[in-house]
Design a protein around this ligand. Sequence first.
Ligand SMILES: Cc1cc2nc3c(=O)[nH]c(=O)nc-3n(C[C@H](O)[C@H](O)[C@H](O)COP(=O)(O)OP(=O)(O)OC[C@H]3O[C@@H](n4cnc5c(N)ncnc54)[C@H](O)[C@@H]3O)c2cc1C
Length: 632
Amino acid sequence: MNDIYKNEWKEYVDVCVVGAGHAGCEAALASARLGLNTVIFTVSIDSIAFMPCNPNIGGSSKGHLVREIDALGGEMGKNIDKTFIQSKMLNISKGPAVHSLRAQADKSDYSRSMRHVLENQDNLTVKQAEICDLIVEDNKVKGVITNTGTTYFCKAVVLCTGTYLKARCLCGESITYTGPTGLQAANHLSQSLINNGVRLRRFKTGTPARMDKRSIDFSKMEEQFGDERIVPFSFSTDPDSIQKEQVSCWLTYTNEETHKIIRANLDRSPIYAGIIEGTGPRYCPSIEDKVVKFADKERHQVFIEPEGLYTNEMYVGGMSSSLPEDVQLKMYRTVPGLENCKIVRNAYAIEYDCLDNGQLLPSLEIKIIHGLFCGGQFNGSSGYEEAAAQGLIAGLNAALQVLGKDPLILDRSEAYIGVLIDDLVTKDNREPYRMMTSRAEYRLLLRQDNADLRLRKFGHDVGLVSDDDYKKTLDKEKMIKDEVERLKSVHVGGSKNVQEFLEAHNSSTLKTAASIAELLCRPELSYEDLYVLDSDRPSLPNEVIEQVCIQIKYEGYIERQEHQVKQFKKMESRHIPDDINYDDVSSLRLEARQKLKEFRPLSVGQASRLSGVSPADISVILVYLEQFNHKK
Ligand SMILES: Cc1cc2nc3c(=O)[nH]c(=O)nc-3n(C[C@H](O)[C@H](O)[C@H](O)COP(=O)(O)OP(=O)(O)OC[C@H]3O[C@@H](n4cnc5c(N)ncnc54)[C@H](O)[C@@H]3O)c2cc1C
């Protein structure tokens, strides 16, 4: 037990959530909404759902996560729909699998709004306190102790400590032992975790400087506008209620002058001077890394984004750094439009403790401590959306365990959340894990537009989605199915007005009758165009029409992927007994035996995704399991 001051005060609750960042908020709301007496702790109540880095929610694959969180009954989607200041659907010129919503948030509004939700949630108590110690008896968590020595006994704990554990911030030679933007770090809990057998490691991430808007010359930049018609993140948000005036973002570029200054000062970069111990995200590189690793690139994009409506702070996206302040000023002032920029907050890197690989079950419970669940950056991920998704699942599963129910585990064919958690649980991640569409092998099925059709049932089954919201999804599902069938049943022949219509749309004329569905498969014909040939159609909501068109236009691809999913599910359903002794499985390769003993996968499917386990090893395991079952 850590030697902190202990007072006599004891509280008895069901679930304790350590952290009120993007993960902690979702975890605490899920637990409280299932009726459990829940407490959420943070070192600073003023930093609830704080966005220490980019002022936006969503983007490629991250937009999918936000939609899935919403479909399951989480809060992030609703919160950004209330607090966004610009919204844009990305990748609209590509296929629906990579369409992804991204919204610029008013950061302080986002935090204030989430705080309001937490403070008014039944069964939930918000407490400003640092958790310094875990109480663990016989490998079961029993409670937590605060920095003031108060003990909270509980049945489950959810750790969502983000970038705060043993955090230190580096800006050139200046090192401060704080959390993000000077918030208090959490310096005690790491030792308590280590004392209880949990393995930790150091990760790092970085953020760019913030500039005073009045010191920026926007005439030298390209203005980036939001979409005319704004699409909400939440399936519960009425699209008409969020149409509003939006702010702009701005695009500019670094240049050879910028790169020269950076190269000349790499020795003063804590990253390149070897002062930083933690590993950073390759997919979110600092400007130093970009200049060194992509030396052939003449320029790098820089996005100037407003941090909110009531502040002049502008975020300099694409130029995160930990170079000293004097170098930062020189480098930023070489960027067109920033020649006279004034830095409001310096760029910096932050290092922190987080969980090492291989210690989590797919439910996000720690393998060696029953009742201890983990979510967010603490699990080795990076990003608000990745954090919120894990927080929701960790909080939900902690609550379900307290209620004596089975955990919710989504697999890779059901959700990006399933891909995220499976990768965090099975992969040997050596850097902060960031979601990307390329990670999801079944991404044509896991689109952001159908997250409700895929996940509302799960949310309703666990009690997070209301009967009303679930019924709306069932009604939508029926409308889609009926309309797809109708379009396949309505046929048109080669009459004069049909042929003229087709010619007018540069579409080949008909030799035989065709269904409206067949015509809809033609890229040059849209559902709206075909009204001329199909005027008896029912009037349907846009989101239903969107689904109908995707299901008809991509039918072949979707069927092929559904077939692949069948194969995948077969391997996922081949469970591996808990007590298997891999030393008994002869002809397993040494590396595979070591990995299997370390990770102890739950299914053959999971085993097949472990690095170092080959398809040949999987065949060996399958044969062994056959014999094993026969012997039983
Ligand atoms: C400087 C910086 C740069 C970043 N850059 C990027 C980036 O470029 N791209 C990207 O995708 N993501 C980036 N991130 C990460 C992003 O901010 C996080 O992914 C996200 O905030 C993680 O959410 P979380 O809920 O896991 O943790 P956090 O948002 O960090 O919240 C942690 C919470 O835990 C609380 N807490 C911690 N320990 C204790 C304790 N012992 N007792 C009580 N409360 C405690 C804190 O008060 C806080 O409320 C950056 C973060 C920082 C700090």
